[in-house]
Ligand binder design. Structure first.
Ligand code: ADP
Length: 295
């Protein structure tokens, strides 16, 4: 694929990324970050073969690099990256048990934090650059734009099968920047909603955004869709049911499925924390001062 007009630093970093998936939501709090984290985890734990079909990214037609995944029909673990540019509340580090980690600055750019020794899931988040997890990001437009460009152009991902990008809620200037930077990389999107009507109205705006920007939508996920009682396993539809599916039908988009409210989900992520942190410490030799200098 031609990257004519694209930023050279971004081309250098992302030309070995086969699929870029943006996770969108009409509004905050619907579980966009949880879905992004689970999507990245499940992609990284689902073996693929290299003839699993066409890829949407550019590397399938670009010249093979010595470090690109070698074509083979033997199943292998995919290499997945997750980039958290939800500047309003970067929660991916917490959800992957990586709170308090920092990125390391190398001579060849920022080294992402890996969730385990196999390095199959690489993580980069604006949260790693904040001095305290309670700091908020109150940057103005140009600084946000520069940060997004830096995230896309400076992270040393290496070859990736999937890059999942957790974007801010709604449709903002950040989305427009991301899409401009990624235009030649043919990204696609997944949208997350809850069954509440207010969320669905916001989703119409997000849908409209994907259409106006020609961003292919892989489908819609309905999160917090009913509550399954841990005692009797009966599902209570706290906020109604089927709103996401009806929206998908009406708007002729794929309905990818529904995820129930699961109190265990939050617990699982918390339990994963200590184990993940121990692993990361041996992997990353994190360097807080380098990250502090970057901002
Ligand atoms: P967003 O990124 O849309 O702002 P988050 O992913 O941060 O939303 O989720 C908001 C809160 O809801 C978090 O505390 C998260 O753990 C919780 N949450 C998300 N999805 C579920 C679910 N299916 N079951 C239970 N809690 C959930």
């Amino acid at each position: 694929a031609s990257h004519l007009g694209a930023d050279p630093s971004i081309v250098r970093r992302l030309s070995q990324v086969r699929n870029i998936i943006l996770v969108l939501s009409g509004k905050g709090g619907v579980g966009k970050s949880s879905v992004s984290a689970q999507l990245a985890l499940s992609l990284s734990s689902t073996p693929i073969t290299d003839d699993d079909g066409p890829t949407t990214g550019p590397s399938s037609s670009s010249s093979p690099s010595s470090s690109s995944p070698t074509p083979s029909s033997t199943p292998r673990t995919p290499r997945v990256g997750i980039l958290d540019i939800d500047l309003t509340g970067p929660s991916i580090p917490r959800m992957l048990g990586l709170d308090g980690q920092t990125v390391k600055q190398s001579s060849d750019g920022w080294v992402p934090v890996y969730t385990d020794a196999s390095q199959s899931l690489a993580v980069m988040s604006v949260g790693f650059l904040l001095r305290s997890k309670n700091d908020s990001v109150v940057w103005r437009g140009p600084k946000k734009n520069a940060m997004i460009k830096q995230f896309l152009g400076d992270v040393r991902w290496g070859p990736l099968d999937y890059l999942v990008i957790d974007t801010p809620p709604g449709t903002s200037d950040e989305h427009i920047s991301i899409l401009e930077y990624l235009r030649t990389f043919q990204p696609s999107a997944v949208m997350v909603t809850t069954p509440q009507a207010v969320s669905l109205a916001d989703n119409l705006r997000s849908l409209d955004f994907t259409r106006k920007t020609n961003l292919p939508l892989l489908g819609l996920i309905e999160n917090m869709s009913g509550y399954v009682c841990p005692h009797c396993e009966e599902c209570t539809n706290v906020w109604g049911k089927g709103g996401g599916e009806a929206l998908a039908q009406r708007e002729r988009i794929h309905f990818l499925g529904r995820i129930p409210i699961d109190p265990g989900l939050v617990r699982v992520l918390d339990d994963a924390k200590e184990e993940a942190q121990a692993k990361v410490q041996t992997q990353n030799g994190s360097d807080a001062s380098a990250a502090a200098e970057i901002i």
